[in-house]
Design a protein around this ligand. Structure first.
Ligand code: BGC
Length: 761
């Protein structure tokens, strides 16, 4: 049986690797490229491996490309990013097509991480929708807008699994779980690339950052990664692999090292895993100057590290120009071969061919499109829906929410009227001026029905040195001229006059994201103080946490009567928040990354192993695996999220007691909406392998289904489990399920208790 399942896995693995629009071995493409390459000098081939940025977008390193125009004309540039708009991109393309010797078009890239101009919620927020169709739609809207602006190669999706909220880039991914992460990776690739890359409204996607970027030691960005093969293959690799199976066109390496070799020069990652094992046939691009950074990693000079990267399987060098400046010499000295350069060059030309650039290098530069395709009302409506659906209701004592659209409301906090903090990190193409603030959203949704009393209450933080670090891309933390005491006093006086207080607190956008790791993931003291004082007024208190990461907000949970995790919700964030708080949308988001009690619990995730000394309950027990000063349980578990209604689960039924590798088990459960509102529930299926040859996780997500259930109604939700769904990687990297007993749990979060068992024969 083992062999059968491994075989099934292998067939499935390779079956999904075709790129839309081009069959493998497409002779027309091969002939075209062979013919073109026969005319290219070695220097021109190396030129194709060079990716430049003249510095138009966000710069994430200290270097920018120079003499770009001259380099394009002399065939030294294969791709470019940070240039926007059909005119500018057309001009740049013209230099390549009309002024370089062979006229090879360039590929135009950008980071379109959560929307282009219509900025959607942060990816971590989007993941909390558990709605693959919606996520796919946001990706296709992003592609439509970006291509209208001349960008057709996207540095997204970012699928790095992360279990460490200290790491700022947890905001850019889909959280901690490989199964959900894989579904999202697929949805995004399909949304960006659709069926035909030559369609000028679709774009080539890049899965990043390969690999394991989300597990840096101590949560510090760019830091060392070292983990077992078992963990890599079972927990961290699946979303990258899923993107490849979905036909992603390119892969971006990560900054970190893996087992002592930086990803950009790691042959095991880039060739053995990516190409030989997973059958990837697109091209691999480095991260921003990550080839050069191998010098600082301690692996040699620029010539050595560039040769190492090419030999490892890297095709395109982002910004650093190590390839451009050293590969000719390395070829002469026998450090690299002509064949290695040819391979990389061919892969990049193939991507250009698949994008239709050799038929029409100006395909994506249509000056009429921005006006009709960017920031349309339909796109904004989707952003509003996505934002509302990404919010996660964490507490709602005595059904305080939804609020009535009447009376007086105190709307306080530093993020109520803060346009610059609405979009979230890594939105380099978004523009804050298009964002709806919370205050505006409330006015839009409530009109004159409610009296809104607004006060800032506190600065995001009071420390100017900290603010300076956050404000590198523009003002995000604005320290008020008024003293903290004066801000507080105003807020308290406003709160006293209100029927209910809504406090919007959290992080400035750049407190999460790249190079924004934190060792303290609680609210800054200025905001804590505000909430404490608001709590003392005795008025009902709704806390809205706007952040890019799970936060340790235990004290705030205690202080609040209701708590909503908003994330950074994008251009329509303000409207969407009002939709949720006033009941126009009943929240359905579920956490995709565990919220810890404190930073000491990190890394934290639901799919833990039992250990030999499990704690059993949350009571401290000597010589058990627990802490003296904190529980093992998180503040909020993976999969958690409330609704204004309630859902009851019963009748968990398996259609048979045993499973073989030729059939499947149907798991059904009935879910009743037993509350007072229509609502959606993310029904989650977890499986535990009771006995295995390696310590099995206590439970693993194996299915989910988001269903709408009108109040009073019951829906039967069905899942299918096949033997291959139970397979896992073994120490020798074979992939198969082991026979024996399995326990199934179904419910509304990862602590689901309704269970049943079956046996795999
Ligand atoms: C980031 C990448 C990004 C690249 C280009 C880097 O700093 O790590 O995610 O795609 O910059 O902007």
């Amino acid at each position: 049986m083992k062999r059968f399942l491994s075989f099934v896995a292998t067939v499935l693995l390779f079956a999904g690797c075709q790129h839309p629009g081009t069959e493998p071995g497409d002779t027309e493409m091969d002939t075209y490229i062979s013919d073109l390459m026969s005319k290219m000098t070695t220097q021109e081939k190396i030129g194709q491996l060079n990716l430049v940025t003249p510095g138009g977008g966000i710069l994430t390193g200290s270097v920018v490309s120079t003499d770009v125009e001259q380099k394009i004309k002399t065939g030294q540039v294969g791709g470019i990013f940070g240039v926007y708009g059909p005119e500018k991109t057309r001009q740049a393309q013209r230099l390549a097509v009309e002024e370089s010797r062979l006229g090879i078009p360039m590929i135009f890239g950008s980071d379109v991480i959560h929307g282009y101009k219509t900025t959607f919620p942060l990816p971590i927020g989007l993941s909390c929708t558990w709605d693959m169709e919606l996520i796919k739609q946001t990706a296709s809207v992003a592609a439509k807008e970006a291509t209208a602006d001349g960008i057709f190669w996207n540095f997204s999706p970012m699928v790095d699994v992360s279990r460490d909220p200290r790491w700022g880039r947890i905001s850019e991914g889909a959280g901690e779980d490989p199964f959900l992460g894989s579904e999202i990776a697929r949805a995004m690739v399909e949304g960006y690339q659709q069926k035909d890359l030559r369609d000028p409204t679709t774009m080539l996607a890049t899965v990043k950052h390969f690999a394991l970027y989300g597990a840096p030691e101590a949560g510090r960005d760019y830091n060392t990664v070292d983990m077992s093969h078992l963990r890599m293959f079972n927990d961290y690799f699946p979303p990258y692999k899923a993107a490849i199976e979905a036909g992603v066109g390119s892969v971006m390496t990560s900054f970190n090292d893996v087992y002592g070799v930086p990803a950009s020069g790691n042959k095991w990652l880039l060739t053995t895993i990516l190409r030989d094992m997973w059958g990837f046939d697109g091209f691999v691009v480095s991260d921003y100057t990550s080839v050069n950074e191998m010098i600082a990693h301690g692996l040699g000079d620029l010539q050595q590290v560039s040769a190492m990267a090419l030999k490892a399987g890297l095709d395109m060098d982002m910004v650093g120009e190590g390839f451009l400046t050293t590969l000719t010499q390395s070829l002469e000295e026998g450090m690299v071969s002509e064949e290695e350069i040819n391979k990389a060059c061919r892969r990049i030309l193939e991507a250009k061919y698949k994008l239709g650039l050799f038929q029409d290098p100006y395909l994506y530069f249509n000056a009429d499109r921005p006006a009709t395709d960017i920031l349309t009302p339909v796109h904004r409506q989707l952003a509003r829906q996505a934002a509302a659906r990404s919010m996660v209701l964490l507490k709602n004592d005595e059904q305080l929410l939804p609020l009535k659209k009447s009376g007086n409301i105190a709307l306080v906090g530093p993020l109520v009227d803060s346009r610059n903090n609405m979009l979230g990190t890594w939105a380099p193409t978004g523009e804050a001026r298009y964002a709806v603030t919370v205050l505006e959203g409330f006015n839009n949704v409530l009109g004159d029905q409610v009296k809104i009393l607004h006060a800032k209450g506190a600065n995001i933080c009071n420390d100017p040195d900290f603010a300076k670090k956050i404000n590198v891309f523009g003002p995000k933390i604005f320290i008020d001229e008024r003293s903290p005491e004066a801000l507080l006093k105003e807020a308290i006086s406003v709160a006293r006059r209100a029927d209910v207080i809504i406090a919007v607190v959290g992080e400035a956008t750049e407190m999460s994201g790249e190079s924004s790791s934190r060792t303290d993931i609680s609210l800054p003291m200025s905001q804590k103080r505000l909430l404490r004082e608001l709590g003392k007024t005795g008025k009902p208190l709704v806390v809205v946490n706007m952040s890019g990461r799970p936060m340790a907000i235990g004290e705030e949970v205690e202080l609040a009567d209701a708590l909503l995790q908003m994330w950074h919700a994008g251009v329509e964030g303000g409207n969407a928040l009002a939709d949720v708080l006033f009941g126009d949308y009943n929240p359905s988001g579920k956490l995709t990354a565990t919220f810890p009690v404190n930073v000491g619990q990190v890394p934290i995730y639901y799919s833990i192993r039992n250990t030999g000394r499990p704690q059993g309950s949350d009571e401290f027990q000597k010589f058990k695996s627990n802490y003296l000063d904190a529980p093992n349980s998180p503040l909020f578990p993976f999969g958690y999220g409330l609704s204004y209604t309630s859902f009851e689960y019963k009748d968990l039924i398996l259609d048979k007691p045993t499973l073989t590798n030729l059939d499947e088990i149907k798991v059904s459960v009935s879910v009743t909406n037993s509350g007072d509102y229509d609502g959606e529930e993310v029904v989650q299926l977890y499986v535990r392998d009771m006995v295995a040859s390696i310590t099995p996780p206590m439970r693993l997500l194996k299915g989910f289904n988001k269903v709408f259930i009108p109040k009073g109604d019951t829906k039967e939700v069905t899942f299918t489990i096949r033997a291959q769904d139970l397979a896992f990687y073994h120490p020798d990297l074979s992939f198969y399920a082991e026979p024996g007993e399995f326990k199934v749990f179904v419910g509304g979060n990862s602590n689901a208790s309704l269970s049943a068992s079956f046996t795999l024969e």
